[in-house]
Design a protein around this ligand. Structure first.
Ligand SMILES: NC(=O)c1ccc[n+]([C@@H]2O[C@H](COP(=O)([O-])OP(=O)(O)OC[C@H]3O[C@@H](n4cnc5c(N)ncnc54)[C@H](O)[C@@H]3O)[C@@H](O)[C@H]2O)c1
Length: 351
């Protein structure tokens, strides 16, 4: 039987890869997204893309979800600075909206609910500590607090009629047509390409586990098809043990991938988020999962995309590829209201 999957966040960085990925795996995939970042499309691709319903997760009804076998839920405000600027709104969308969607899914009789959580739930680790799923969570931002709350609330809903699972993804990297340059490796690649120089604002000592966006797609696909007893109510880190990097190492990898790029290292910073993560559990829960990418391969992929499209500094710094800038612009121009609903959905495409 072909699995019919609704995946939210379809017009985001990961969603733009997940749609074609699920179609290629033979699933019937339909996207849902309110379309905050639809204006941005960095490079052409010929990959088949699924249909996308334009809808806010806060307004989804059980009727919208009728007929689907499973949900993969990605649509949230997706980064820390955004969450710190508007913590109330982050809670309303990321926590409230996600729990609402899960309730509607249950009402519509959909059991499988794959939730995109984040390794940022671990917050700050001790210097020699390697965190795993049994480690206490220590969220440092509204974004991470919401991930913890959604995990908690949906875990209480798990049972014979509801099979949520929680993918604690490392920080993503890699090329996507709906590119994000506000995540570390992608940002450094853009700097290397457009300026020939990487200036780290910190000493680069914090640890950041990384995972390629396509390996996140692999984990979502396997979570949609895994036996219920393997994943129901389970949290698992998505990434690989050999992709725990220090920010300095990431910068060195990028500098090596862009010939002639200079690297300047700064002072220790106040940003205390640092964590090293163990990724053994995903191999047990989803035995077929194996990361296909490394930071080196990802940086080279980015360079090849920039070469192919001859990417300009304007494209790199444009609002379209930095989530906070785009939302601020849409709010400032009155296209989004203070709760991030479109004031006139008909002009949304013109944003
Ligand atoms: N990119 C990463 O490094 C990373 C790491 C860990 C976890 N995650 C999680 O993976 C998911 C996808 O991340 P991404 O990088 O693709 O983010 P993104 O910001 O590129 O995409 C999110 C998408 O969700 C949509 N959206 C936001 N709020 C919505 C709402 N209320 N209703 C409907 N649509 C809405 C946006 O329009 C956007 O297209 C997120 O849940 C994120 O927290 C991402």
């Amino acid at each position: 039987m072909t699995l019919k999957v609704l995946f939210t966040g379809a017009d985001g960085y990961v969603g733009a890869l997940l749609g074609p990925y699920l179609l290629q795996q033979g699933m019937e995939a339909v996207g849902l997204d309110t379309g905050f970042y639809r204006k941005g499309w960095l490079y052409p691709t010929s990959a088949p893309r699924p249909a996308v319903l334009t809808k806010d997760i806060r307004s989804v009804t059980a009727e919208d979800l009728q007929g689907f076998d499973a949900i993969a839920h990605l649509a949230e405000l997706s980064n820390d600075p955004l969450g710190q600027q508007s913590p109330g709104l982050t809670h309303e969308i990321n926590h409230g909206g996600s729990v609402h969607l899960a309730n509607m899914a249950r009402k519509a009789g959909i059991k499988r609910f794959v939730y995109m959580s984040s390794c940022s739930v671990y917050g700050v680790g001790q210097p020699d500590q390697i965190l795993d799923e049994a480690s206490p969570v220590n969220p440092q931002t509204a974004y991470a607090e919401c991930k913890v709350k959604v995990e908690e609330d949906l875990t209480k809903m798990a049972g014979d009629d509801f099979e949520p699972c929680f993918l604690r993804n490392a920080t993503a990297y890699g090329a996507s047509p709906r590119q994000r340059f506000d995540i570390v490796l992608n940002d450094l690649c853009g700097l290397a390409w457009t300026t020939g120089k990487i200036t780290l604002l910190s000493d680069g000592s914090p640890w950041r586990p990384l995972v390629h966006a396509l390996d996140m797609c692999q984990a979502v696909h396997l979570s949609l098809t895994a036996p219920a007893d393997a994943i129901r109510g389970q949290r698992y880190n998505v990434g690989s043990n050999d992709q725990n990097y220090r920010v300095l190492e990431i910068a060195q990898i990028v500098a090596r991938s862009f010939p002639g790029c200079e690297l300047e290292v700064g002072q220790p910073s106040a940003d205390n988020r640092s964590y090293r993560v163990n990724f053994d559990k995903i191999g047990k829960v989803l035995p077929a999962f194996k990361c296909q990418w490394t930071a080196e391969k990802g940086a080279q992929q980015m360079r090849q995309v920039f070469e192919r499209i001859d990417m300009t500094a304007e494209e790199f710094t444009s609002d379209s590829f930095t989530r906070l800038k785009m939302l601020n612009r849409l709010r400032k121009t009155g296209l989004l209201d203070e709760k991030l609903f479109w004031t006139n959905p008909q002009v949304e495409a013109m944003a």
